[in-house]
Design a protein around this ligand. Structure first.
Ligand code: AP5
Length: 265
């Protein structure tokens, strides 16, 4: 999640901050759209998948990792939320069905998700690297991703799997507030905005996501257990899995992630 704003990249190797902007027009709009401000290319492009239950903090970590690795955060959930706020006339039947599923907390069909990602394969080839957040979510999606990457001559560096007890996950979801304008993510207690209800970055109004209602959260957790949890074993068998405890502050989790990536080389 997060907006298209400017952030500072701090590369481990050089320990030097560098201004970088992620536009993400190509990811959010797909088809023939191009990013208006292509990101500066980092010395080493990282290509990572972020795995974990809804609300574990993948989007938050994607933003922090993006700042230090320079890779672009790519969330499939963001594509659906952008379509939801688009003009109804521009929304296809497949997208309307997808948005209904999302509202209920169910997974969108593999067919729809894969069509959207294939349409955006350019983002996977981007020289800046990528941080896939919320994709893949089923074994079929995971297998299709590996084929798509191979077809585009790129490979994953690692799959980072965040683990947290369910009660802490529910507390994170219940307190989440998202900027309606730039999509930056806050939490009422752990990452509060400077002014209540107002985005620190763009001044937009902070809202609660529709699928953060208790009934949708239950459905999302069940979908995660059934469809997404098995992906950890799938990627472990391929030697790609890094399991990271997600307890503690976002900065603590970020430090654990970067240490594990550094140790991996
Ligand atoms: P998506 O947008 O991907 O949502 P999700 O996976 O449910 O994950 P969330 O965005 O809810 O949580 P997160 O892990 O990013 O946590 P965050 O950083 O915000 O998907 C939404 C829906 O779209 C799905 O349900 C499905 O319908 C559909 N969909 C999307 N992709 C799909 C796919 N591939 N296949 C099928 N369907 C798909 O953090 C949560 C809160 O905690 C925030 O308030 C944050 O500030 C706070 N927080 C974060 N880290 C910490 C910390 N360390 N300590 C304290 N608070 C923290």
């Amino acid at each position: 999640m997060g907006g298209a704003g400017k952030v500072f990249q701090w590369h481990w190797a050089t320990a030097r901050p560098m201004s970088i902007a992620h536009d993400r027009t190509a990811w959010i709009k797909g088809a023939d759209d191009l990013c208006h401000t292509p990101a500066a290319k980092p010395a080493r492009p990282y290509r990572l998948v972020l795995l974990g239950a809804p609300g574990v903090g993948k989007g938050t970590q994607a933003e922090l990792l993006s700042e230090c690795l320079g890779a672009c955060p790519l969330s499939t959930g963001d594509i659906f939320r952008a379509a939801k706020s688009a003009d109804d006339c521009g929304t296809s039947d497949a997208m309307r069905t997808a948005l209904d599923a999302m509202r209920r907390g169910e997974l969108v069909s593999d067919e729809t998700v894969l069509a959207l990602v294939v349409e955006r394969a350019r983002c996977l080839r981007c020289g800046g690297g990528f941080l896939l957040d919320g994709f893949p979510r089923t074994l079929a999606q995971a297998r299709a991703l590996l084929v798509l990457l191979a077809t585009n001559n790129v490979a994953l560096d690692a799959v980072v799997s965040y683990e947290l007890p369910i009660d802490q996950i529910v507390a994170r979801l219940a307190g989440r507030r998202t900027c309606g304008k730039c999509k930056a993510v806050f939490h009422v207690t752990s990452r509060p905005p400077r002014a209540e209800g107002v985005c620190d970055h763009c001044g937009g109004a902070l809202i609660q996501r529709e699928d953060d209602r208790p009934e949708s959260i239950r459905v999302r957790m069940a979908a995660y257990e059934e469809n997404t949890r098995p992906l950890a074993e799938f990627f472990r068998a391929k030697g790609l899995l890094l399991t990271i405890p997600a307890a503690g502050s976002a900065e603590d989790v970020h430090m654990r992630t970067t240490s594990a990536l550094r140790a991996r080389g």
